[in-house]
Write a protein that binds this ligand. Structure first.
Ligand code: ACM
Ligand code: ZN
Length: 546
């Protein structure tokens, strides 16, 4: 009897496999780990219900997202959401099953002619199953009677746990409404970590009530450089520039992100890239100022004084607020591009080096970051910083974001510290993506779509033992040359879509022609939602970069 059942199963399986449709009717980005598409379609009708098997509120909210999607995109009235029904036919079933997988982001999506079923061990996976389901619906607005979803069986899970996208809101401020959109776009691509770069030389962008001057003074710069900087002939616009998020804005952003299974990792820069903070509280610097928020781009010699106790008291006060606003396990403290000239000439910094037996200013930077790490760890959180935090000795529990190539990541993972790979060569979305003659002004570099698609986050130099410390990778979006939200969208998409496939899909299935074919449908979705993507790679007369 068992053999008979087995052979029946084999025959059924063979029928399913032989009916694989490779015509590309299902165009999902990032590509699922495995998909078998079957014959026929599930058709949406007003008689369908959404059935959940759980009282879990997060899952109920996700069911609500299906309705929101159907209403927004297809003008379809909301489907009833029922709990515990066993009638599969004519339903979209959401099945939370603790035993399904150990990966909370993994899911199974089954589409038959009669029902759709999404199964995961956690709401995260259910959410991603729904994102996939949305991509199986038409990319453009359609009448509901025309919506059919191809029969398929998808088993899917991400390759990496840190699928990041960053945004610098200091060089140019981006309104809260745009940040919410940015999060929506991330969710659509199954990206799960938003690195929010909140403070820099050109502006402090988050309200800290205890230190009101940070936003009253530090959020403002007197004017902004126009075009590229030239020593002899720099042009400034003469217009004051400002902007910051209130604590209420931040709470709304963090909640909105959480509803989309995105962690917001805040970055508070220290000890360098701190001119805006120094302009508000000049006593934090070695010379005492006066200082001004920067009006041009670059790296500046004035940094926070590492010799004064008051610097640490200030930063702990700020971090306390940051920790209360952001539930992320990691807090980013910057640490990059900190010139050491002021420390070299500062009696207090030199005294600190003597007292702590520090051999040079690099060790003083290490002391600085280790002290901040102790504070952050004491609050139950973990520190992450740019790869300069390796210099002078890595703080005991710190994670490293490798941006000056892969070396920082290789070194940190070699010391069994967690790393996020974000090398400038492949992951900087402020670089040119096409011909410099025709593209809008950018900081430099050249990272076309195919290059980022070909990025491998695990450096070849790492042993298998150390490779497990690579949490994932991230696209960085520095906004010196992006003054508008439309320009940000243009620089980020479609490159973030390529990165999403690098981070989500199995390494073996990476296939650029297949990605480009699926992107044709994704681009229609971009058009439909008004996302200002860069069309270079999708236009017929593609220009070559020199
Ligand atoms: C960086 O790009 N300065 C981290
Ligand atoms: Zn000093």
């Amino acid at each position: 009897m068992m053999n008979f059942i087995k052979s029946r199963l084999t025959v059924t399986l063979m029928i399913i496999i032989s009916s694989i449709n490779t015509s590309g009717a299902v165009n999902i980005v990032p590509a699922p780990a495995s998909m078998i598409s079957g014959k026929g379609y599930f058709r949406l009708t007003p008689k369908i219900s959404i059935i959940t098997n759980t009282g879990n509120k997060a899952v109920k909210d996700i069911a609500g997202l299906i309705n929101r999607h159907l209403t927004e995109f297809y003008n379809f009235s909301a489907l009833p959401i029922e709990n515990g029904s066993t009638e599969k036919n004519g339903s979209i079933i959401i099945n939370l099953d603790e035993n399904y997988s150990t990966n909370p982001e993994g899911y199974k999506l089954t589409v038959t002619k009669n029902y759709i079923e999404i199964c995961s061990s956690a709401p995260n996976g259910i959410f991603y199953g729904i994102q996939t389901l949305f991509q199986m619906m038409p990319p453009e607005k359609k009448e509901i009677s025309k919506i059919k979803i191809k029969c398929a069986k998808i088993e899917d899970y991400p390759r990496f746990s840190w699928r990041g996208l960053h945004l610098d809101v200091c060089r140019h401020f981006m309104p809260k409404e745009f940040i919410l959109k940015y999060l929506d776009y991330m969710a659509m691509h199954k990206l799960n970590t938003f690195h929010f770069h909140l403070t820099d030389d050109q502006g402090w962008r988050i309200e800290i009530k205890k230190y009101p001057l940070l936003t009253q003074i530090g959020a403002v710069r007197s004017e902004t450089l126009v075009g590229r900087y030239s020593k002899d002939n720099a042009v400034y616009d003469g217009t004051p520039y400002s902007g910051f998020y209130t604590q209420e804005d931040i709470k709304e952003i963090v909640k909105y992100a959480a509803e989309r299974y995105i962690t917001v990792v805040p970055e508070i820069e220290m000890p360098g890239h701190a001119l805006a903070a120094l302009s508000a509280y000049p006593e934090l610097g070695c010379t005492g100022g006066p200082y001004k928020s920067a009006t041009k781009w670059g790296v500046f010699d004035d940094v926070m004084c590492a010799g004064k106790e008051s610097t640490f008291k200030f930063l702990e006060g700020v971090l306390e607020v940051i920790i209360s606003l952001f539930p992320s396990s990691y807090i980013h403290v910057g640490g990059d591009e900190c010139p050491k000239v002021r420390w070299h000439d500062c009696p207090l910094c030199q005294q600190r080096m003597k007292d702590e037996s520090l051999a040079d200013e690099h060790q003083l930077q290490s002391y600085f970051i280790q002290r901040i790490e102790k504070f952050i760890n004491g609050k139950g959180r973990k520190l992450i910083g740019w790869d300069e935090i390796l210099e002078g000795g890595l703080a005991p529990n710190a994670a490293v974001m490798s941006w000056r190539g892969e070396e920082g990541g290789i070194s940190a993972a070699g010391q069994q510290h967690f790393v996020v790979m974000t090398p400038g060569s492949h992951c900087y979305l402020d670089h040119y993506q096409g011909d410099k003659e025709t593209e809008p002004l950018a900081i430099g570099g050249y990272t076309p779509l195919e290059k980022i698609y070909g990025y491998e986050p695990v450096p070849a130099a790492l042993s298998a033992e150390n490779a497990r410390f690579v949490m994932g990778a991230q696209g960085n979006v520095w906004t010196e040359y992006m003054a508008s939200t439309a320009h940000v969208e243009y620089m980020v998409y479609p490159r973030a879509a390529a990165l999403s496939e690098v981070l989500w899909s199995p390494k073996e299935s990476r296939d650029y022609p297949s990605f480009m074919k699926r992107m044709k449908t994704m681009v229609k979705r971009y058009k439909n939602i008004g996302l200002n993507y860069c069309p270079n790679e999708f236009s017929k007369s593609k220009k070559k970069h020199d």
